[in-house]
Write a protein that binds this ligand. Sequence first.
Ligand SMILES: NC(=O)c1ccc[n+]([C@@H]2O[C@H](COP(=O)([O-])OP(=O)(O)OC[C@H]3O[C@@H](n4cnc5c(N)ncnc54)[C@H](OP(=O)(O)O)[C@@H]3O)[C@@H](O)[C@H]2O)c1
Length: 249
Amino acid sequence: MSTKEKVALVTGGSKGLGKSIAQNLAASGVTVIINYYRDQEAADAVVQTIRQNGGQAFAIQADVTNEEEVDRLVGEAEQQAGRPVNIVVNNATGPQPEYSLEEVTWEDYLDQLLFTTKAPLLLTKAVIPSMKVEKWGRIINIGSEVVELGNAHFSNYVTAKSAVVGMTRSWASELGEHGITVNAVHPGFTPVERHGEVSDETKASYLSDVPLKRMGEPHDIANAVRFLSSEDASFITGQNISVNGGKTF
Ligand SMILES: NC(=O)c1ccc[n+]([C@@H]2O[C@H](COP(=O)([O-])OP(=O)(O)OC[C@H]3O[C@@H](n4cnc5c(N)ncnc54)[C@H](OP(=O)(O)O)[C@@H]3O)[C@@H](O)[C@H]2O)c1
């Protein structure tokens, strides 16, 4: 598959890690579909930056937790790009509230599973027919280091992100014979717009057991995603890769 033939769909590409992933993939020559939910202005700005740098990008609004919208998204993506989507980055996330076990409800668990399992499942089911025809595809799920850390008062999010580990392995086993690789990237705490100004105290506390002694930056995550989507990663599948300066092993 030549780079020119590659079309990546990045969910939640309007800001945060998704924005960096979209820009990084576009810089490597891949056509990128930036999916967003509410913030059209932010998504349009990402498209504009990519185009100004000579890349190809389109923004498409859709709620990735809704089956009809996912089908429309994948159809529109193919129309805009002129080719089927062959790289999917399941990155979108909603709010991530922290609750004690006394406070948390089953609905709070389901709210997180909508993003970590439902949306990736809907998207993957929508793109695999054309990936199988092309005998080439990349599915990259964005997990989190919380799976290893098991943070207290966050079981809704930790549980939902843990599902990404097994889901990635199972899909890799099933899709490998079709030339489709499935991997997960698990970021560490990587400050983005939604975190605002992170205090020095918070950073110092987080970094105390990070061997590389610095906070992650969005491009750290984006570099790993770009590698996994490239030909250089064609013999890597079913893997869960931590990108967190070594905080977890
Ligand atoms: N940043 C970190 O420290 C960190 C650490 C570990 C893991 N992660 C994981 O990395 C991923 C990205 O996180 P982030 O911090 O970059 O998030 P973020 O800045 O909050 O961005 C979330 C993105 O998801 C989109 N979105 C929200 N609801 C959506 C829906 N229903 N359908 C489609 N898109 C939707 C948003 O679009 P609009 O803005 O247009 O509404 C936005 O583009 C997530 O999976 C997160 O769990 C992040």
